[in-house]
Design a protein around this ligand. Sequence first.
Ligand code: URA
Length: 241
Amino acid sequence: MTDATQRREELKAVWEQASRCTRCPQLAAARQTVVFGSGNADADLMFVGEAPGRSEDEQGHPFVGRAGKLLEQLLGEVGLQREDVFINNTLNCRPPDNRDPHPVEIENCQDYLLRKIELVEPRVVCTLGNFATKLLRGDNAGITKVRGQAEIRVIGRRAVRLLPILHPAAALYTPANLEKLREDMAQLPELLGLPLPDQPAAREPPREPTNADDPLRAVPESEAAGGDEPPPRGDDQLGLF
Ligand code: URA
């Protein structure tokens, strides 16, 4: 098995675990789907948004609404397609009424995001808006202050070039923001062509999850929300290329 095939298989296993996650009881009870992320499982470029909205929750894929269409258009302007990149969010589940993610929810979902970064192995991670930017920079600086400033960051076990940009939803009705987003995304081709940053020294492989606090543990059926959620979907429905 090639390294990429193995990482893809592990990504699918993490998705199966995420699809039964009940760490955030309110989100687990209200969701229709777990929006784990989709796209190229071996992408050089990963986008991290905020959280699924209504359309994403219905369809099980991130950025399928108006903000997603704008993101696709801007990707096209720099010569990229959705199939080239992996797109996901700080939260895998939709907050009711599209409220802001709560800090505890971001924390609960963080290990999934770190695993996705570790397994997809992007060279560049582009954070969309405040929530993803603050989380992955580990700093409270707001997006308007740091947007467009690429930097090397170690996220979990992966060193990447991090590029914070505005959330596309902020550009839907504000032409000035659209220009800022376009200007920042124009850096992507060059960033993708830079050498991979030095990677942190390899650590011991993670021990098998054993305790109930680990969000990536396999949750017994009896604990799964509602008990009647559909079984994990196939590769197509995960939306991997
Ligand atoms: N906004 C986000 O942050 N993520 C989505 O998936 C859709 C809209």
